[in-house]
Design a protein around this ligand. Structure first.
Ligand SMILES: NC(=O)c1ccc[n+]([C@@H]2O[C@H](COP(=O)([O-])OP(=O)(O)OC[C@H]3O[C@@H](n4cnc5c(N)ncnc54)[C@H](O)[C@@H]3O)[C@@H](O)[C@H]2O)c1
Ligand SMILES: O=C(O)[C@H](O)[C@H](O)COP(=O)(O)O
Length: 361
């Protein structure tokens, strides 16, 4: 059996190498030639998997070690009888910790008393629910918006998007979809931003195009007092450089990049491939995850606006991710050679080890 996998998937040789020949390729470079005699394709979010890539190949199983699936043409896979698996929830905790770090940094930087702030969470699935769990631990008020879950009868209390627009902090956790009643493409548009609270914070760690990046830039250029924390960008890796410069925190799509999140992603695909082949998995997830020191959240928030950030930063300092990206992209802007897109991918490929620091259920 031949497996072609994205080179940025940890443990892929260790897990799949005992029953298959594993060939690793840079995600953006995977092409039909690599797949002509491959049985299984394992990708991350940067490989577009569709008819163009798969037609004429032997691939019978596609796995994506990610939560988001907007890069996969699932309709085509279904039509061709190609098995598909992904990794729901694998890095949800990492993203929720990123959001916490962003809020803590903003409160410190802008002298905001989080006891007086409400967070609007758009999308209450795996990530949004973990964000809510963390805010509850800290006693920070939040509201949930998730029309699809509300329609399905989820028993939590939801609010309309208009109530989210009034929140001090808005954080997006929806899948990127272009069609249907709940399409999320440009969910945050000029109109949304125009009614957002001045002095507010918008965090996007879902997919770039959930926020209209041109509208976000116009909002900053018009002098509206809204801070942006952006981990994901329209047209990645070719991001809007002006918006990157104007954002309070800019990171290269690494919100989910904890060691644990990446390992869980590969492992979930390993389980799916084993099941597809009728094999019993030989490895257990708990033996693969690193031991990480844990942070004890404060029982009560303090009036000191910098307290949370100071207490968290030895576990995860979001500002250092932002500084790293600014330094590298500014170098690219000063000299010719590598492009912004190449540097964006380099930052992701060489992202330092980050461990999850909260005990969450
Ligand atoms: N930056 C990163 O590193 C990173 C990591 C993981 C996931 N993500 C992105 O975050 C997204 C969310 O992840 P998740 O695990 O929570 O997904 P999920 O599927 O568990 O939850 C998404 C929720 O959004 C809701 N939703 C869909 N359309 C909506 C809309 N228009 N308005 C409000 N709610 C809507 C759904 O009902 C669902 O409950 C993923 O699809 C992925 O694109 C990014
Ligand atoms: O959807 C996800 O799980 C994340 O966006 C994922 O972590 C992105 O990282 P990539 O697959 O591009 O390495």
């Amino acid at each position: 059996m031949k497996i072609v996998a994205d080179e940025n998937m940890p443990l892929v040789q260790e897990l799949f190498g005992s029953f298959a020949t594993v060939v690793t390729v840079a995600g953006r470079k995977i092409n039909k030639e690599h797949l002509l005699d491959a049985d299984v394709l394992l990708v991350r979010s940067v490989t577009q998997v569709n008819q163009d890539l798969l037609q004429g190949t032997k691939v019978r199983f596609v796995g994506s070690a990610t939560i988001g699936t907007d890069h996969i043409d699932q309709g085509y896979l279904l039509e061709q009888g190609i098995e598909f698996a992904y990794a729901p929830g694998c890095n949800a905790q990492a993203v929720a910790e990123y959001v916490l770090a962003a809020i803590a940094f903003w409160a410190d930087h802008k002298q905001k008393d989080l006891r007086q702030c409400t967070v609007g969470i758009i999308g209450a699935g795996n990530v949004g629910s973990k964000v809510a769990q963390i805010l509850e631990l800290l006693g920070i008020e939040y509201l949930l918006n998730d029309p699809p879950l509300e329609e399905q009868g989820d028993s939590r209390q939801f609010v309309p998007i208009q109530a989210i627009q009034q929140c001090d902090i808005v954080t997006c956790h929806v899948p990127l979809t272009n069609r249907g009643l709940h399409a999320s493409h440009h969910l945050i548009d000029e109109k949304f931003l125009s009614v957002m609270q001045p002095g507010g914070l918008l965090i996007n760690s879902s997919r770039g195009a959930v926020v209209d990046n041109t509208a976000a830039l116009h909002c900053k250029q018009a002098g509206k007092d809204i801070d942006f924390v952006l981990d994901v960008w329209e047209n990645e890796p070719d991001l809007n450089v002006e918006l990157f410069k104007q954002s309070l925190i800019s990171t290269p799509h690494i919100a989910g990049y904890s060691q644990e999140g990446k390992i869980r992603g590969t492992y979930q695909l390993y389980q799916s491939v084993c099941q597809w082949l009728g094999m019993v998995p030989k490895f257990a997830l708990r033996d693969l995850l690193p031991e990480a020191p844990k942070w004890n959240p404060p029982v009560k928030l303090s009036s000191d606006t910098g307290f949370l950030y100071q207490s968290l930063r030895s576990f995860y300092d979001i500002k250092s991710d932002d500084q790293q990206m600014r330094q590298k992209l500014e170098e690219v802007l000063r000299r010719s050679g590598a492009t912004i897109a190449e540097e964006f991918d380099n930052l992701r490929k060489n992202y330092p080890q980050r461990l999850e620091f909260l005990e969450l259920s």
